[in-house]
Ligand binder design. Structure first.
Ligand SMILES: Nc1ncnc2c1ncn2[C@@H]1O[C@H](COP(=O)(O)OP(=O)(O)OP(=O)(O)O)[C@@H](O)[C@H]1O
Ligand SMILES: [Mg+2]
Length: 481
């Protein structure tokens, strides 16, 4: 960091000039501030300052205040204070307040050069540390386990592993909140491009012309507002992966340009004529019915074929209910940790309800529900009341259908036993609670539940709850995977 920027703060013009001269010789950029006030402006300006050398004694805002502001606004920038003769106490205070070092006046040229050099080294270490921490954090985030024990998700993972090794364009499909974003990142993470950028853009969020210039870049003056030349996302992702989310929302005109790009990796910036090339892998996602869009004439068939080389289908959560408890626990851990709460568990009936619920918003909805519950819950166990009312309501409705002897086969029941188990477990818990409230008297419990006594009795038999009001723990193991 020989070329580091040093801010020199001194009300004595001579001193400023002297330091500027000395430090410039060592290849540093020197910025002078002739007062504490000026120094604060510089510090707050947002410009990079690598080291600050400030006099302590100045009229108005003094060196201590400069030091404090630097600690606040530029925590990684070391501050060296210049102290007058015989003011050891000041030096001690400055060091306590976080100064990197002090220079007692008068000092020699070499002393100041050395202390600035050391301060720059310190800064470099601090920045490196920060960078490593960030990297570690992003590794943690990136490997933030994608959960999925269900056969359907296992199949997805196997496919992801295979396609990650290729450069093929991948189309990710699935309802909203099923994890399309997550899978796109995962493909990049497992690919040879992992060390290069992953750039993602939501095609539905921008109007057509803006989207084109975002993707391909534009020349200066290409349109109103294009005040300078801009590189596009494809260029920014050079060597890496571009993720085009909501590809189903791209206009036909831009679809043609995308198709050309996918075929040749060549493109033209908006407002330019020269052809550019870039090496990127493209992953796209949509929750739209592309086939239907083709029929309607809203989506180009040739682009569709081009994109549809490898398709990853993310199943909705209701088609892989065995993942629900795992996901719920995963999110509970995640949010408990971020809220500094202890380990969080789910009451059996809460877990049963979560498992039985249809989750139209899929994993995102589940994640939000668990986050909210973790925030709201008083203790360490999440109960049904901690979740949105509709979750309990849906389950209760189903349970009532079951009690009425309805024979409607729901889509969920087709999924296998899990759903029935969940509902049964939930019913047992409800009944057990009612019995507890009713002091074990079945007739009263039936009243509490709004059921006929005979219905309750029959239900209990079916559920294997022997009469007499003994509270049997619902079989939580099924769901406690
Ligand atoms: N299998 C999974 N394991 C862990 N977390 C998941 C999983 N699937 C999704 N999530 C989480 O659920 C949330 C929604 O996922 P994501 O944004 O990838 O969905 P999406 O399909 O892109 O949704 P949309 O169509 O709305 O853009 C994210 O916070 C994501 O981390
Ligand atoms: Mg998404």
């Amino acid at each position: 960091m020989a070329g580091g920027t040093v801010l020199v703060v001194d009300d004595e013009e001579k001193m400023c000039e002297f330091l500027q001269l000395v430090l410039a010789q060592d290849g540093h950029q020197v910025v002078c501030a002739s007062s504490g006030e000026r120094a604060l402006e510089e510090i707050r300006s947002g410009d990079d300052i690598d080291v600050i050398v400030t006099d302590l004694m100045m009229p108005g805002i003094g060196g201590m205040e400069v030091l404090e502001e630097a600690k606040r606004s530029l925590p990684d920038t070391p501050v060296v204070v210049i102290t007058g003769y015989s003011t050891v106490q000041n030096a001690v205070e400055a060091m306590k307040a976080g100064a990197f070092d002090y220079l007692p006046k008068p000092f020699k040229v070499d002393e100041v050069r050395l202390v600035v050099k050391k301060a720059l080294e310190r800064r470099e270490i601090a920045l490196e540390n920060r960078r490593l921490r960030r990297e570690l954090q992003s590794i943690r985030e990136r490997s933030s386990d994608i959960i999925g024990a269900s056969e359907k998700m296992q199949a997805v993972f196997r496919l992801v592993e295979k396609v990650a090794r290729t450069d093929a364009t991948v189309l990710i499909r699935g309802e909203s909140g099923t994890g399309k974003d997550l899978i796109a990142r995962e493909i990049h993470r497992q690919s040879l491009r992992a060390a290069k950028p992953f750039v993602s853009i939501n095609c539905a969020a921008l109007p057509e012309t803006l989207l084109e210039s975002e993707l391909f870049g534009h020349a200066r003056g290409a349109f109103t507002g294009a005040v300078s030349t801009k590189r596009g996302l494809f260029e920014e992702a050079e060597g890496g992966t571009v993720f085009l989310d909501e590809i189903g929302d791209v206009s036909l005109a831009l679809q043609a340009k995308l198709l050309r790009f996918l075929q040749s990796k060549e493109y033209i910036r908006v407002g330019e004529t020269s052809v550019r090339r870039v090496d990127v892998r493209v992953i796209v996602a949509t929750n739209k019915d592309l086939e239907e869009a083709i029929e309607r004439g809203d989506f180009r068939r040739d682009l569709y074929y081009r994109l549809n080389v490898i398709t990853v289908h993310l199943p909705p959560l209701r088609e892989r209910r065995e993942d629900i408890p795992l996901l719920a626990k995963h999110f509970a851990r995640k949010y408990a940790a971020s809220l500094l709460k202890g380990p969080i568990t789910f009451s059996p009936e809460a877990m049963a309800a979560l498992t039985a619920y249809d989750w139209p918003g899929n994993v995102r909805e589940l994640e939000n529900a668990v986050e909210r519950a973790v925030v709201l819950a008083e203790g360490n166990e999440l109960s049904l009341e901690d979740f949105p009312e509709e979750i309990a309501r849906k389950v209760a409705e189903r349970s009532a259908e079951g009690a009425a002897g309805g024979t409607t086969v729901t889509v969920d029941a087709i999924d296998g036993l899990k759903f029935d188990e969940a509902v049964a477990s939930y019913k047992r818990e409800l009944i057990a609670r009612a019995l507890e409230k009713a002091g074990g008297v079945q007739a009263r419990a039936a009243e509490i539940l709004g059921l006929k006594r005979t219905t309750l009795n029959e239900m209990m038999k079916r559920l294997g709850m022997t009469g007499g009001g003994a509270r049997r723990r619902p079989d939580a193991n099924i769901l406690d995977g």
